[in-house]
Design a protein around this ligand. Sequence first.
Ligand code: ZN
Length: 457
Amino acid sequence: MGLLAKFDQQDAAEIGQEMHSFAAGLYPICRSITGDGIRRTLAMIQDRIPLQTFEVPTGTRVFDWTVPKEWNIRDAYIKTPSGRRVVDFQKCNLHVLNYSAPLHATMPLGDLKQHLFTLPDHPDWIPYRTSYYKEDWGFCLSHNQMLALEDGDYEVSIDSTLEDGHLTYGECYLAGDSADEVLISCHACHPSLANDNLSGLTVATFLAKLLSGRDLRYSYRFLFIPGTVGAITWLARNRDTVERIRHGLILTCIGDAGGFHYKKSRQGNAEIDRAADHVLSHSGESSEILEFSPYGYDERQYCSPGFNLPVGCLMRSVWESFPEYHTSADNLDFIRPGQLAKSLRVCVGIVDVLENNRSYCSENPYCEPQLGRRGLYRSAEGGASREEMMARLWVLNLSDGTHSLLDIAERSGMFFPVLSEAADLLCREGLLAVVPNGGGDRRRQIEAMRENSLPSS
Ligand code: ZN
């Protein structure tokens, strides 16, 4: 039984609830691209899957970038002239401009306003803002909160540190039969934001959990890294071994109510691109395939010209396209248990394709083998369903050593697991043989097959 069929035997509602409560546990943590927030996050992922963490010192050169100072924060607030805490980091960690330098000062409202960020179009939401690479300080608050501030002197405090330290990331490696790898990457650097950050972390964690302990064809490497500089750091440290990555997927914004979007790798027609397209088109949900562009998430780094790895990006709503993006409205209500579970299911479907996509040779290429004699054909007494019969006929017909199962799925319009099951059965019946090494030198193999089985005249 394939991975997807096994997954479908479980209770999707229960999985969704468990995923959502995992995200809820991570939600309050004030994460950033460095610091204790990401460490605590990785520790909570480590409770579920085998995760190795890495610490890269501040100042380390990684290609054109440098690992920044480590940022940590304990508290921050703005106090009114009457001594009331009106903006309070303890209530919401989005209130502080992420990476704010430490500060304790008193200043008139006019000066303070130079450092305040709001969203006039959504006056009750708090924006999420960062200043990683330019030392600054600031506060984010709802527009209505700002309008309510009266003239006077305000006490402003940011109890943070910005010091030499480390950039932290986590890797979960699951060894398979082959050293060839599937890379699953997600960013883990956003504070209390649910869809953009936690949904990807959650789906990746549950996918790793689901795959661990299984017999796998590929090895799997799950990365939980700070966005941009984390991916750049990882690539700089693993430059010599990235050619092992045969397929890759970035998971982000994957828990909201929207339909699926898959952004293709820079290669554009990699196996992962085709697998994702195929699985989404059979997912029963709306989905759209997007062409590669050099903007978005860490595909920007994996698909930079020096690497050009086959890494695509799986999302539901696309970053920046939904109003809740990078605001306090991207909260735990914005992601839904059912959507998380269905996203995990799509990922399992994609893995199922990658694991089982092989090329086969028919052992009977001259006309159809007699399936009825073997009980493999549709008959009056029942036997195969029409779908099963069609899957067997498609697999037998296109298995000339030059077509993979995914090729057959695309051409027949049939769902991959049905074809994969047919191929397994036909192999057991001695009607089909796997082309070794994924079909390298396929032409020669098929010619050899033809010569061997040519009817003698
Ligand atoms: Zn983001």
